[in-house]
Design a binder for this molecule. Structure first.
Ligand code: NAP
Length: 340
């Protein structure tokens, strides 16, 4: 006996990947339904070799369904996730709505799988921000060995992190640069994204940081260790899929770069590609469609007593969203629901 699974937001970037990954990983599904807004009613979505016709989230009855993977944005989540949870269906949510709620576990299965067991207070489990997910996968094994005190991270985030509209804007604007009569002014992003970079993701906070930067701080503390200090600068770059991060880490204990490389090679979810030669590192294009968090450029930071630098790249639609959500469902299944 397997699970009755709902995918809400099935026509979006993350929802489509959730369906792909559920099929790829042979998640034990007895029945599956794809939901989106009313305007997408009947839109076809692939699930392995099957085709699902999208149904309307607004009129869907969650009674009798086991797990709902949500990727519909915070506004729609606020309306529909409590309905699903109340009907007894466990929601695994990709939006930021519940991430900081003390009654909702925020889970990256390679880092804090035990946290899923706290799902029952609200029947909701939150998936972290894409930039946080890949970073904590890299940090966890190093923290276990040498205790991290502080992290300084700069991100290079792809446009797919801003949904379908982000991808369309980079595509259309890039074409319009070569055809100036067809001007495509910024709409989804605040400035031109084609052939540019924008040091601004999500809204501004009172202290001058952005909400995206704040999320990396708050989520790392909740998932990994509240004592770790994080400072982040989040930047949108003209890349379709794949987020990159330059991470500087200060440890309590000394950690040699060779030992760090060995630890990361053994760590779950991590792939080390780190040759000190031309091309001996990973770029976002190479990580698209992959499950791993790739680590390159591991090197000592000689300006600190116990410092290390590294480069971290992952598919933001997969480890940053859909894969992590499916891994949470697998962890919940193995530890709690025990069907399949
Ligand atoms: N992209 C990433 O890297 C990433 C990473 C982590 C988390 N997330 C989060 O995941 C969520 C989805 O992101 P995305 O990139 O997949 O966005 P997207 O490509 O814009 O897709 C949004 C999906 O939500 C559906 N939707 C929106 N409003 C709805 C409503 N009122 N009722 C029913 N369905 C509704 C859309 O259906 P229609 O097609 O019918 O409009 C579509 O299926 C967001 O909360 C986002 O913050 C994204």
């Amino acid at each position: 006996m397997g699970y009755r699974v709902v995918v809400a937001g099935a026509t979006g970037n993350v929802g489509r990947e959730m369906l792909n990954i559920l099929a790829e990983r042979e998640f034990p599904v007895d029945e599956i339904v794809a939901l989106a807004s009313r305007k997408s009613l009947g839109t076809e979505c692939s699930f392995g070799d099957k085709t699902l016709k999208t149904k309307d989230l607004d009129t869907f009855d969650f009674t009798g369904w086991d797990i709902a993977l949500f990727a519909v944005g915070s506004e729609a989540t606020a309306i529909y996730a409590p309905k699903a949870a109340k009907a007894g269906c466990v929601v695994i949510d990709n939006s930021s709505l519940y991430r900081y709620d003390p009654d909702v576990p925020l889970v990256v299965p390679e880092v804090n799988p035990q946290a899923v067991e706290g799902y029952a207070k609200k029947n909701i489990i939150a998936n972290p921000n894409c930039s946080t997910a890949q970073m904590v996968v890299a940090l966890k094994p190093l923290h276990d060995r040498a205790r991290i005190k502080r992290v300084v991270v700069s991100t290079y985030q792809s446009v797919s992190g801003a949904g379908k509209a982000g991808i369309d804007e980079l595509w259309d604007q890039t074409k319009s640069i070569y055809n100036p009569t067809d001007s495509k002014p910024p709409n989804k992003f605040t400035k031109q994204i084609a052939f540019n970079v924008i040091p601004h993701i999500d809204k501004f906070m009172e202290d001058g940081s952005t909400k995206e930067e704040w999320k990396m701080v708050a989520e790392t503390k909740k998932i990994l260790d509240p004592k770790i200090k994080v400072t982040a600068t989040c930047v949108r770059v003209p890349v379709f899929v794949g987020h990159s991060e330059a991470i500087n880490i200060e440890f309590e204990d000394f950690l040699d770069e060779d030992e760090a490389r060995d630890i990361l090679r053994e760590a779950p979810g991590v792939m080390v590609i780190d040759k000190r030669e031309d091309g001996g590192y990973v770029t976002p294009i190479e990580c698209v469609g992959d499950y791993a968090t790739f680590i390159s450029r591991i090197r000592q930071d000689s300006t600190l007593d116990n410092g290390l630098n590294l480069w971290c790249v992952s598919d933001n639609l997969r480890k940053g969203a859909a894969l992590n959500a499916v891994q949470i469902a697998e962890t919940l299944g193995n530890r709690v629901l025990k069907k399949g």
